[in-house]
Design a protein around this ligand. Sequence first.
Ligand SMILES: [Zn+2]
Length: 408
Amino acid sequence: MNLLIRDAMIVTQDENRSVVEGNLFIEDGIITHVGNSADTSDIVVDAKGGVVIPGLINTHTHVAMTGFRGLLDDLNLEPFLEKTFKLDSGRTDQDIRDSTLLSLHEMISGGTTSFADLYYSEDLIARACSDVGIRAFLAWVTLDKEITTQEGDPVKNAERFVKNWRNNDLITPMIGVQGVYVCSEETILSAKDVAAELNTGMHMHLCETRNEVYGHVSKTGKRPVEWLEQIEFLDGGIGLLAAHGAWLTKGEMRTLRNAHVSIASCARSNMKIGSGIPPVKELIDEGVVVSFGTDSATTSNNLDMFEEMRAASLLQKVSKWDASVLPASQVLDLATREAAKSLGAFGAIGSIEIGKRGDVAVIEKSSMRMAPLSRANAVNQIVYSAQSSDVTSTIIDGKPVYSERRFT
Ligand SMILES: [Zn+2]
């Protein structure tokens, strides 16, 4: 199946950050022409002069929790988790599927084509993603058996999930870890062993709040990253995507960089929960790969990557008293190229280039928020002005999942 996007301003996010005007052609899911291509195809999406961007990549969320939206507001992390675990324990498979479908449609209508998730019952989530046609990096969460709401052993559940889903085009199954505050050394190392054995990546919460860090210091004498280093969790080129990293020393950032750990920074969730200001500038300066996650809709209240990009940038600027920090071009890089790198998927997604998968979003030119629009200011308009509702079409793997604001 071939798909043509006609009359577009294409923000490629390639090596040179080229912005080109013309057509984009996707053949059997693969981008084959950028800027110049034939004018006919099986499917034609008319961008009407609008901006085409690489699909946005949300690197930390919990899509099955959207059903709790508006029920867990104005709580610090500890009471938040306590209430979440209680709500989780009463859920049915249908609840999880319904929440997931709601999240997937919300993300797709806002130009998100890939996301990373951390939760249990990822098999149900994977099925929903597969039905809808969104690209997903799903990590089955592990934690100590004694405290989980999961049936059976979380590490065994995660292992089974990865084995069942590892040969799927859109789904990349991973091993998850809830956080050092609910994982013994034995649990976290056995999760790592399973990931290594199955050659898959890991995703966890890390250094989200001050309480997490100092709670761990009182329990073990070490800060979380020091402890992970000491128990050799970070050894052996572990492909770890860690969410938050709001409480890190410079030394810990270097440890994470050397272990090739990337950080999914969640500015709005950190602000809402009162966790702290994520040190995004410092992490990037230390060479850590950073991307953006919305976290669940229980903390940031939506899965909107346009809001997330803008909030992340504004928070860094105001905390440094410096408007030049995290400029628009870098923000879009983190939401596309860097996010793809953090998932080990930059060879396939994260930019619009020949040979990559056809994951793109179309933003309408006629939106008042996009005016005035030129190749010179397109990225600034996307990051600082556009809203997710300005997205008219979202194409994933060459398929128009959302077209002219309708789900196909
Ligand atoms: Zn989270």
